[in-house]
Write a protein that binds this ligand. Structure first.
Ligand code: ADP
Ligand code: MG
Length: 665
């Protein structure tokens, strides 16, 4: 209602931050660093940049605003471009990895914290910027934490540089202390009380419980939208499907008295046109039910929510030292996060939050605050970046909360295995080249090996395909059909080569969209891969690395793949079951792998990553020759019969078998 009747300018003036605009700007003028604290929805992300611009800061540089999430950077930039009546990418733009929507006129730039971090590689003093807002600092993402240390140096070197750190109520004092007791500015809240309802008993299936609760609210409670917090895409899709079904059943039944319900999913991989829907006001008489990941905790503000349903869980990236890798895992969220979630119900009027866990669980099982990402994830990228910024000893870097030493050492070990660090821990020539690519170290290494083994053209495609969400489309109601379509692309010994095959065929079909639809491929994903490919190609050109090709001799590509995934090499244990060569951890072949239908399972393989579902499944697998592992890392692999390649033997056997079969026919 509000959005429809009030002009954009009037909406801006209605935000809580507007009432303190002048005092806030005064504090910023008088201090180089300010911490700004305010409730979600008070206007920090959309207004601060514009205020600094209106106060003249954009006359001598850009105003940058970092976000831990890509979705937030894109969505907010779009909103602010509307508020400033300009095209997105003109005065207001955004940059995320592999996507730069800014131009020569850009004065307000939203970006992921990772993008700004990489920019400090090119320009340590960030001369292009007059001010940076580190938004959502309370999230303590890995890149934000590193930026804290780097921006502290920029502030010390550039007197004309302004830094604003924003936080949703948490941690403000800690941030202030880090920069030497800088002022903390509070935006007065305009929040209503939220009644908290706990489950009486622990719930077994929170997706199911959330759906039931939403239906009860919809059938029995007064007007107001619903926001459900689940952990990821799968759960969200399941819940949306179940809600749709329930609503259809109601409609079909004669007793139907329910108002319509608009069911709106939101998660990071959702296409942006669908994401935009959560901000639109539902039609008169329609209740909105937004089903979200923790993206809606503080990053995106949805107005009009009166009811929150909180599963109490979230997906977090954690480094598992035993496995030697990161994985996304479902964990209970923190008390602070639970409070942010319930707060979403009190923005427009008094609300209710249904926690699908007991009060005892809240008090005893949830941590008070989230664990900073820097303390729980792989630091490979960070180590590489800091080393190239000449931070020799990482333990000396000014971290707000230093990562555990074990974690640093483990990441350094992996970089050494990849050849990015030399024996004394300094950046090697190879490592120096790797830093140039906005890729995880293994993928950067794969590119360099592609060059060395003269198959860069092909490896470049594989790396690009690995940098976008899966291109295979698998609608639940057409699973068999889509699986059959996928199998047609299989290159039996490698999922990586299968990706290459998909791309090559798409290219051979003039990059057509209808061709993708016919083959159950996501055209958006493929287009994105093509774009990523061209950007990586630019970096290769700038580094004067020529584009070599191995033509149709694809075996050599597997060698390049092998070199990148040393740490993810695994040995056959039983049919479809492997163990990691280094750690002995079990890992399993997934039914969707091209290797699954090979008819035998190769002795040695490497994999892109592990996904934990019911088991540890390997994602994207390639069969490798044992002697490659022995050649490239004799210190890690003791391989018994490295002279005879079993894969080779088996392939011959297979060929003979087929020949015999053909003769018999
Ligand atoms: P904060 O950063 O303090 O949480 P924001 O600046 O993100 O607050 O949001 C301020 C207001 O702008 C909110 O009421 C929010 O609903 C609105 N808003 C933000 N992004 C969009 C968008 N993409 N479309 C419509 N409204 C938006
Ligand atoms: Mg915000």
């Amino acid at each position: 209602e509000f959005a429809k009747t009030k002009s954009i300018a009037e909406q801006r003036q209605y935000l809580p931050i507007f009432s303190v605009r002048d005092e806030l700007l005064q504090v910023v003028r008088e201090n180089q660093v300010v911490v700004v604290v305010g409730e979600t929805g008070s206007g920090k992300t959309t207004q601060l940049t514009q205020y600094l611009h209106e106060d003249g800061l954009s006359t001598y540089g850009m105003i940058g605003c970092t976000q831990p999430r890509r979705v937030a950077a894109m969505s907010v930039a779009k909103r602010v471009s509307e508020e400033m009546y300009c095209e997105l990418g003109d005065k207001v733009g955004y940059a995320i990895r592999f996507e730069d929507v800014t131009g020569p006129n850009t004065i307000i730039k939203y970006m992921t914290d990772g993008v700004l971090l990489r920019e400090t590689l090119r320009e340590a003093d960030l001369d292009q910027y007059s001010a940076v807002i580190m938004d959502e600092a309370h999230e303590r993402s890995l890149n934000t934490d590193v930026l804290f240390g780097i921006l502290k140096q920029v502030v010390a070197r550039r007197r004309d540089f302004k830094l604003i750190v924003t936080s949703a109520t948490l941690n403000a004092q800690k941030f202030s202390d880090f920069f030497g007791s800088v002022p903390i500015f509070h935006i007065p809240g305009r929040t209503f009380p939220v009644q908290i309802m706990y489950s009486k008993t622990p719930c077994e299936d929170y997706v199911d419980a959330a759906v039931k609760q939403a239906m009860v609210i919809h059938m029995t409670c007064g007007p107001g939208d619903i926001l459900i917090f689940l952990t990821g895409q799968d759960e969200i899709e399941t819940a949306c499907y179940a809600l749709t079904e329930r609503m259809q059943q109601l409609e079909a039944s004669s007793k139907n008295a329910a108002a319509p319900l608009a069911i709106l999913p939101i998660y990071s991989q959702l296409p942006s046109d669908l994401q935009a829907k959560i901000f639109q006001k539902a039609e008169e008489g329609v209740r909105k039910c937004v089903v979200a990941t923790n993206i809606a905790e503080t990053s995106l503000t949805v107005d009009g929510i009166f009811y929150v349903i909180d599963s109490g869980y979230g997906k977090f990236k954690v480094y598992n030292p035993r496995m030697g890798m990161d994985s996304l895992q479902v964990f209970p969220c923190s008390q602070a996060a639970a409070n942010q979630r319930s707060g979403r119900a009190g923005r427009t009027g008094p609300g209710t939050c249904y926690r699908l866990y007991t009060e005892t669980a809240y008090l005893n099982e949830l941590l008070p605050n989230p664990v900073p990402e820097i303390q729980r994830t792989n630091l490979g990228n960070v180590v590489l970046l800091l080393k190239s910024l000449n931070v020799e000893n990482l333990l000396d870097f000014d971290f707000m909360d230093p990562p555990p030493q074990d974690n640093i050492l483990n990441s350094m070990y992996q970089l050494w295995v990849l050849g990015a660090l030399d024996n004394v821990g300094n950046l090697s020539a190879c490592g120096r080249k790797m830093v140039e690519f906005p890729l995880d170290p293994p993928l950067a290494k794969m590119l360099l090996m592609g060059d060395e083994l003269q198959c860069l053209n092909e490896v470049l495609t594989i790396v690009s395909m690995l940098s976008v969400p899966s291109v295979f489309f698998r609608p639940k109601d057409r699973a068999e059909e889509s699986d059959a379509a996928r199998e047609k692309f299989f290159v039996p010994e490698s999922d990586h080569l299968t990706l290459l095959n998909v791309y090559k065929q798409w290219k051979a079909n003039q990059y057509r969209g209808d061709w993708c639809n016919d083959h159950f491929l996501q055209v958006k994903g493929l287009r994105k891969a093509r774009e990523v490919r061209s950007q990586l190609l630019d970096i290769l050109k700038a580094q004067k690395i020529p584009l070599s090709s191995c033509g149709s001799d694809w075996d050599i590509i597997r060698k390049a793949i092998c070199s990148a995934y040393f740490h993810n090499a695994a040995r056959l244990k039983g049919v479809g079951d492997y163990v990691n060569c280094r750690t002995g951890m079990p890992c399993h072949l997934h039914a969707s792998s091209a290797l699954y239908g090979l008819g035998y399972t190769p002795e040695y393989i490497v994999y892109h990553e592990l996904v934990l579902t019911t088991k540890e499944y390997m994602q994207c697998v390639t069969a490798v020759e044992p002697q490659w592992l022995a050649e490239m890392g004799p210190m890690f692999f003791s391989i018994k019969d490295s002279n005879t390649s079993r894969l080779e033997q088996r392939r011959k056997q297979n060929e003979e078998k087929t020949a015999m079969e053909q003769e018999m026919e």
